[in-house]
Design a protein around this ligand. Structure first.
Ligand code: PLP
Length: 394
């Protein structure tokens, strides 16, 4: 089927909620994606961080194939070994506690929000403090939590009980706390917000505030998790353990899975009948996520994220030195951004023309997040294209 025909069907049958390029992809492997005609693109922004190990990672493909022939889904009214094994692995990698499995980042955050409200006594303490420029998803609760007006426009009235304050500003959080506050919800690095890294002092200060006032510290690691920043979870860079952490995106290596992990003493707040997800934690997606963790452990991918992150950063710093309108390189590991003093759309388009996929967020931040399996030659190739794209795109 020709591209124009596919686009015509989209226009007729699919709600127009996305801005799309006039391009069809039909096959992918590692950092390469191909159109049906065989035109190859280099993917430095694979599915907004979903394909964190690259497209169709061999272990993930094998696990899905094998599991699909055994049992794909079983209701959560029964037990399945893979969900138990995955929860155990996630806890071993994070902190003592328990896991709830959902299907996406927004749903993982919904669980965290509901848990916090119940922890607050079901109505006495329910306010959650979030940050300006944050992004937590597109459900009603998560757009209410999100600190960006553009995602809320047209959907009022929102869910009440969220207070949004400037990011990286401890005093602002302290001032926003009332007798109704129950939690603080933060991304350790704001992705959609423009690759804004939280400071260690800020996160440590938040933890102290939470400990002093019996508040829950909730880290949304939907984008930063699973090795992207050079630690399995970003909070580990700062030594600040949250009470709740949410994950999704690259957790399943491409299949839809999200989860909320709550610390011991907090996790049992939600009890039977309080929360559910029909698809949550099915054997198929858990098999894929277990394969992702196995790859991270056995292929030394955290180390790769660190060393390739440093290598890519160096290359981006060179671009900063070369072009005066590149203001700074932001981020950690392989979650990097180039902040420009002008719009980045032209550069993004030039990169796309040269078949490099990246992202432009907040108007002036080029977001670059290759899979944590990326190699030096792939980075060199991307930097070459990016340099040319910057030269042409301004
Ligand atoms: N939280 C963060 C930090 C995100 O970056 C995103 C998506 O970009 C979400 C939550 C929402 O995830 P999903 O689109 O899987 O619902």
């Amino acid at each position: 089927m020709r591209t124009e025909e596919i686009i015509r069907k989209y226009e007729k049958y699919i709600m127009p909620t996305y801005t799309r390029k006039n391009l069809v992809f039909s096959r992918a492997e590692g950092l390469k994606v191909w159109t049906p005609e065989g035109v190859e693109y280099l993917d430095f922004f694979p599915g907004w961080a979903v394909s964190g190990l690259g497209h169709c990672h061999k272990r993930v493909v094998r696990a899905i194939r094998e599991q699909a022939g055994k049992i794909i889904h079983i209701s959560n009214n029964y037990y399945n070994k893979l969900q138990a094994d995955l929860a155990e692995k996630l806890i071993q990698h994070s902190f003592n506690g328990k896991v709830f499995f959902a299907n996406s980042g927004a749903e993982a955050n919904e669980c965290a929000i509901k848990l916090a409200r119940k922890y607050g006594g079901g109505g006495s303490r329910y306010e959650i403090i979030t940050a300006e420029k944050s992004f937590h998803g597109r459900t009603m609760a998560t757009i209410s939590a999100t600190g960006q007006e553009k995602v809320k426009a047209g959907f009022h009235p929102l869910l009440e009980g969220f207070r949004t304050v400037p990011f990286n500003n401890l005093k602002a959080v302290e001032k926003a706390i009332t007798e109704k506050t129950v939690a603080i919800m933060i991304e350790p690095i704001q992705g959609e917000g423009g690759i804004n890294v939280a400071s260690g002092d800020y996160l440590r200060g938040l933890k102290q505030l939470c400990d002093e006032r019996d508040l829950l510290l909730m880290f949304d690691e939907v984008q930063t998790g699973m090795g992207r920043t050079g630690e399995i979870f970003c909070y580990k860079h700062f030594g600040v353990e949250p009470h709740i952490m949410t994950l999704a995106k690259s957790l399943g290596g491409g299949v839809p899975i999200g989860c909320a992990i709550a610390a011991e003493g907090v996790a049992d707040t939600l009890t039977a009948g309080n929360h559910a997800s029909t698809f949550g934690g099915s054997p198929l997606v858990c098999a894929a996520a277990l394969a992702v963790l196995e790859a991270i452990e056995e292929e030394r991918l955290i180390e790769n994220a660190r060393s390739m992150g440093a290598y890519l950063r160096k290359g981006l710093e060179r671009l900063k030195d070369e072009f005066s309108f590149v203001k700074q390189v932001k981020g950690m590991g392989l979650m990097l951004g180039l902040e420009l003093s002008k719009e980045c759309k032209g550069i993004y388009e030039q990169a796309f023309k040269r078949r490099l996929l990246i992202n432009c967020t907040q108007g002036n931040i080029l977001r670059i997040m290759p899979p944590i399996t990326v190699t030096k030659p792939e980075i060199d190739k991307a930097l070459g294209i990016l340099s040319e794209a910057i030269r042409q795109g301004v």
